[in-house]
Design a protein. Structure first.
Length: 393
């Protein structure tokens, strides 16, 4: 029986993880659940799974459920709650679905404990990939990607030598604006950007899918996970989201991992790794697989993609800065403070402005904070320009 932590249990990844565990209680024991502020939902999960440890970052949310928890359940609350839970719990695997840079320190803490990290928080590797991989080596911990693309690459590479890989191809749906011309992108609204054609995801990832910023971050993530230089990492638009990614080998053979667009597949794979275990998830379905198309991304209309490759060229804290700037920019876009096409431009400007950084986990966190300040300043300037633009201008 595997003992599990589910970090971000009230988010999309956390909910789907618990859905899978509901029907497999003989193989898994949930020993810890953690959320940011959704106290009522977390309490319902606690009643279903009876974990020994619970964490809520929001003190107010923690206070609202503290006297309703089952006897013997330990509640951690406040900014350090997730780290305290990870330090206290006896577990084998942590499913990490926390969104954003807030997930970096929990990732590091899991690895320091020498445990397996099933990682859906791509920001951890984007911002601190070198540092986290070093922790993994030092403590004998394993990182299992839960992103559908990187999970697909890992499955395609099983038993293969990286020297035999010519390149990997990360697939992207292209998002809801893949057919819009550049001028039309100026008028995209937050509501439009949140309508993903294939996947049901959180707001930040959904917007990132539409700008291709999400794919830029995945390029950085793939570099760290698989040890591949940027020349061996490509992106291809695949509208159906059935081919989750591909590996091309030196002999010209191409291996792909396919399945209907359903995040429960990568989660199930990580839960049972290195084994494969039966599931009632849908496999080959002619209605879904009947047409598969591929096309090159339009880098002029969606310049965010190239920022991922820029970060690999520049190294250091570039990935951290890009992620932080994008988080701030997407939040500002959803609030109506900046336009859609300002997201990539703002992130690029913050990369230009960033000061030198210290190469350490502490240095990465400092870079994240500085980048957010720079991004907020850029949002302010952008908002002023937008307010000064005359109607029809």
């Amino acid at each position: 029986m595997k003992r599990l932590l589910v970090l971000g249990s009230t988010g999309s990844i956390g909910r789907q993880t618990l859905e899978l565990l509901e029907s497999d209680r003989e193989r898994f024991q949930v020993v810890g659940l953690a959320a940011r502020s959704s106290g009522a939902e977390l309490l319902e999960q606690v009643r279903r799974f009876r974990p020994k440890f619970v964490a809520l970052v929001s003190p107010r949310a923690a206070e609202s459920i503290a006297d309703q928890l089952p006897e013997g359940t330990t509640l951690f609350r406040g900014p350090e709650a997730l780290l305290e839970l990870i330090a206290a719990a006896d577990f084998d695997l942590a499913v990490h679905g926390v969104v954003g840079a807030a997930g970096i320190l929990p990732s590091a803490e899991v690895l320091r404990r020498g445990k397996t990290l099933a990682l859906a928080n791509k920001e951890s590797l984007v911002a601190a990939g070198a540092e986290l991989l070093e922790l993994s080596r030092q403590h004998g911990a394993e990182i299992l990607p839960v992103d559908s693309e990187h999970c697909a690459i890992q499955q395609c590479l099983r038993g293969e030598d990286l020297g035999r890989v010519r390149r990997i191809l990360l697939t992207a749906s292209g998002g809801p604006f893949r057919d819009l011309d550049a001028a039309a992108l100026d008028n995209v609204s937050p509501r439009d950007a949140l309508r993903h054609p294939n996947w049901d995801m959180g707001p930040r990832i959904t917007v990132g899918s539409s700008t291709l910023m999400n794919k830029a971050l995945e390029v950085i993530e793939a570099h760290h996970l698989f040890g591949l230089e940027s020349e061996r990492i490509d992106v291809v638009i695949h509208r159906q989201s059935v081919v989750h990614s591909l590996v091309e080998f030196v002999d010209g053979s191409v291996v792909a991992q396919m399945g209907p667009p359903d995040m429960r597949g990568p989660i199930h794979y990580a839960l049972h790794h290195p084994d494969r275990y039966p599931a009632d998830l849908r496999g080959f379905d002619l209605s879904v697989f009947r047409q598969l198309t591929f096309e090159a991304p339009d880098r002029e209309r969606f310049p965010a993609l190239d920022l991922g490759y820029r970060c690999l060229r520049e190294g250091g804290d570039a990935g951290c800065v890009l992620n932080a700037a994008d988080e701030v920019a997407v939040e500002a876009f959803l609030a109506g403070a900046i336009g859609y096409r300002d997201i990539a431009a703002l992130a690029s400007s913050v990369l230009d402005e960033r000061p030198p950084a210290v190469a350490s986990l502490e240095g990465i966190l400092a870079s994240d904070a500085r980048a957010r300040d720079l991004a907020r300043d850029a949002v302010g300037r952008c908002s002023v320009r937008r307010n000064q633009t005359p109607v029809g201008g």
